[in-house]
Design a protein around this ligand. Structure first.
Ligand SMILES: Nc1ncnc2c1ncn2[C@@H]1O[C@H](COP(=O)(O)OP(=O)(O)OP(=O)(O)O)[C@@H](O)[C@H]1O
Length: 281
């Protein structure tokens, strides 16, 4: 669906260098802190900025060879864009119909009603969460095969976020669709994505199936003595602590079987991010 191969973008104080794939039928999450390069990666994928190297393929074609019909097959939400604040939602209907032959006016109105998006109010008077919901509804309104969603849950309360994720799950019920979605809040995506990329300072630190990330990764809490005796083959990162060390592993089972006396925590994705960002002790 979408394939970044060594894609590079260089700014004065920042360099993006990304390998990332979105497979058909997959929801792929890109998680990273502010300034990690998520928006830059998405804008590269959409051809909105020039890249400085690498290869980008969308639907198996080089991104620069995409036909208009391919572009119509992508639904997009970008963090720093939206609809004109002077427009009312009902005024968007002819615009979306014109842009997308597959746009269903009736379905869009039904979804706006369901998500409490008023037709008659100016978009400029919407709350942040309402604007986001509207953007996502527009992105899914024309049956695109690929959604590229940059921080769609930003600024949303728990209820709105839950509604939005339900909408996206419904979208995925049709075969062959995929989503690339970003967030700086890992818990937003933890239970939603099939696989997750962690990005930091423009580089992918980790790529893993979510199930494996949650089941196989763990944090060993060890004393200095336990650390000295530990088989370190499956330790990815180590952090010094008051009690000794925290060690990140992707082979939790190995340590559970061989070191039953050691405390092993499941390790949330946030903890993984913090650990991956640290230098080894
Ligand atoms: N047009 C630009 N010119 C120079 N630097 C830029 C430009 N656009 C982005 N950057 C820099 O690239 C880096 C990555 O920014 P980007 O917006 O991709 O991060 P992000 O992960 O989406 O962050 P956030 O979660 O805050 O939206 C930042 O250091 C930013 O200052």
């Amino acid at each position: 669906m979408l394939d970044f191969e060594n894609v590079r973008k260089v700014y004065k104080d920042f360099e993006l260098h990304v390998n990332l794939k979105v497979e058909p039928g997959y929801i792929t999450g890109l998680i990273g802190p502010n300034g990690a390069g998520k928006t830059t990666a998405f804008k590269s994928a959409l051809g909105l900025i020039h890249t400085d190297g690498g290869r980008l393929k969308v639907f198996g074609k080089p991104a620069e060879e995409l036909a208009p019909s391919d572009r119509e097959n992508i639904g997009v939400v970008l963090a720093d864009s939206g609809f004109s604040s002077a427009l009312k939602v009902k005024e968007l209907l002819p615009v979306l119909s014109h842009l997308y032959p597959a746009f269903s006016r009736q379905e869009f109105i039904r979804q706006c009603d369901r998500f409490e998006i008023p037709m008659e109010k100016k978009i400029g008077q919407f709350s942040t969460g309402m604007k986001r919901k509207l953007q996502v509804l527009a992105a899914v309104s024309h049956g695109a095969s690929l959604l590229i969603l940059d921080e769609p849950t930003a600024g949303m309360d728990v209820i709105a976020r839950d509604q939005l994720l339900s909408l996206l799950r419904e979208y995925m019920e049709t075969d062959g669709r995929s989503i690339l979605i970003s967030s700086h809040i890992s818990s937003d995506l933890e239970g939603f994505c099939d696989d997750i990329y962690l990005i930091h300072e423009g580089k992918i630190l980790l790529h893993e199936e979510t199930d494996r990330l949650l089941n196989q990764y763990g944090l060993l809490k060890v004393t200095k003595e336990q650390y000295a005796a530990l088989d370190q083959r499956y330790i990815l990162k180590t952090r010094k602590e008051g009690f000794g060390y925290s060690c990140l592993t992707d082979q939790k089972q190995f340590y559970m079987e061989n070191y039953p006396q050691i405390i092993i925590e499941r390790g949330s994705i946030d903890e993984l991010i913090l650990m991956m960002n640290r230098r080894d002790a």
